[in-house]
Design a protein around this ligand. Structure first.
Ligand code: HEC
Ligand code: HEC
Length: 327
């Protein structure tokens, strides 16, 4: 058996075609780069198992996950108002972290401010066992939930013989978290080619965001969430708030000097709704956060005008959840 389409007479034609395709692709890539640079729109369609998402959503609001029945995931991660709680920090003792939004959380490369969890499932495991959060163990949770008839219809939809055990609870909660994507912000529309989606001021803000160097750390689909970086490259600011063990960043996990004050670069998606800012909630407003970033990470004081423009751009990152704009 020969391969007729590879006959010599057809090869030059095929080569020319390949060349044209290559040129077109290069052109398209250059186009995309001139608009998007290192940014990507959030996915509009997700390949998730809807039965698992539904089960995860019910679990998200279930206070029986906490030992003393006082807390559910939603107690600290509200899914209205940008997905955060309104107090500045959460947890007890001196180790209070600012609770991050769970919107778009499935797209992060690691979890927690210091990245100590590799997966969403591992993050849940740590939350359930943590003495300052749920302070619980799985056998107690399984016992409480397995007797609850209200979970039965959801379990049946997943198939016969499914038991609400630790593994399934983590799987379902994680799948629900992966469903919390907020596409169709004005910036996404701009990235997809709608040049009118941003105002002149917002476009100037985007240009500044790139030329100043913010996008060297805040990039990709989340404008963050894909690397660790030191907070305070040009000095630890604000120093008076960097006082507790939580402020050491990854150092508290690795004990390596170079990891001191190193944190996951947070996503800036929906950032206008997620005040206060930073791992310790040290900045109350977006204006403050932008000034601190510019000073601490880039060694540069912004003019009021520049700061306004960057903030205006950041406000175009507010997306939609379940077809409704986040507020
Ligand atoms: C008592 C408040 C509280 C409760 C209850 C709580 N969390 Fe959190 N959550 C936080 C805080 C504070 C952080 C940040 C802690 C850190 O970074 O060390 C966090 C971090 C996270 C993160 C990491 C986000 C990121 O960007 O890295 C995820 C995911 C998460 N929580 C999911 C959940 C889920 C799912 C539940 C329920 C099983 C839950 N949380 C219950 C307060 C809470
Ligand atoms: C060298 C890397 C780097 C650069 C450059 C950088 N950032 Fe950040 N950014 C971070 C890190 C790390 C944090 C988290 C710091 C913390 O909470 O301790 C952060 C946090 C933020 C936050 C707070 C987000 C939240 O949810 O709490 C905002 C807003 C922000 N950056 C905006 C900017 C802007 C605007 C610029 C450019 C002027 C910029 N960043 C430049 C690494 C960087």
């Amino acid at each position: 058996m020969g391969r007729p389409f590879m006959s010599k007479s057809l090869l030059p034609g095929a080569r020319a075609l390949a060349l044209i395709v290559l040129l077109l692709l290069t052109f398209a890539k250059a186009q995309a780069q001139s608009i998007g640079d290192s940014f990507l729109p959030l996915p509009q369609k997700l390949a998730l198992k809807s039965e698992l998402v539904a089960l995860g959503e019910k679990l998200f609001y279930d206070t029986r996950l906490s030992h003393d029945l006082s807390l559910s995931c939603a107690s600290c991660h509200e899914l209205t108002r940008g997905g955060i709680d309104l107090r500045d920090t959460q947890g007890v003792r001196s180790d209070r972290f600012n609770a991050p939004t769970l919107f778009n959380v499935g797209l992060h490369f690691k979890y927690f401010w210091n990245g100590r969890a590799e997966t969403l499932e591992e993050q849940i495991e740590l939350t359930v066992r943590s003495p300052t959060v749920f302070n619980n163990d799985w056998s107690r949770i399984e016992e409480r939930l397995q007797g609850d008839a209200s979970y039965r219809p959801l379990l049946q939809r997943l198939g016969s013989g499914k038991k609400l055990n630790a593994e399934l609870i983590k799987k379902a909660l994680a799948e629900f978290e992966r469903s919390l994507v907020t596409p169709d912000s004005r910036f996404d529309r701009y990235l997809r080619g709608d040049k009118e989606a941003l105002s002149h001021k917002e476009k100037s803000g985007l240009q500044l965001f790139k030329s100043l160097g913010c996008s060297s750390c805040h990039q990709g689909a989340l404008l963050g969430g894909n690397m660790f970086q030191k907070f305070g490259i040009f000095g630890r600011i604000p120093a008076d708030r960097m006082i507790s063990p939580r402020d050491l960043g990854r150092y508290s996990i690795t004990q390596k000097e170079e990891d001191r004050y190193v944190f996951k670069v947070p996503s800036l998606r929906n950032v206008e709704l997620t005040a206060p800012y930073f791992h310790n909630g040290a900045a109350a407003t977006l204006h403050d956060a932008v000034s601190i970033m510019s000073r601490a990470q880039l060694g540069r004081e912004l003019t009021d005008d520049e700061r306004e423009q960057v903030v205006a751009f950041l406000k175009t990152l507010t997306g939609e959840w379940r077809g409704r704009p986040l507020k």
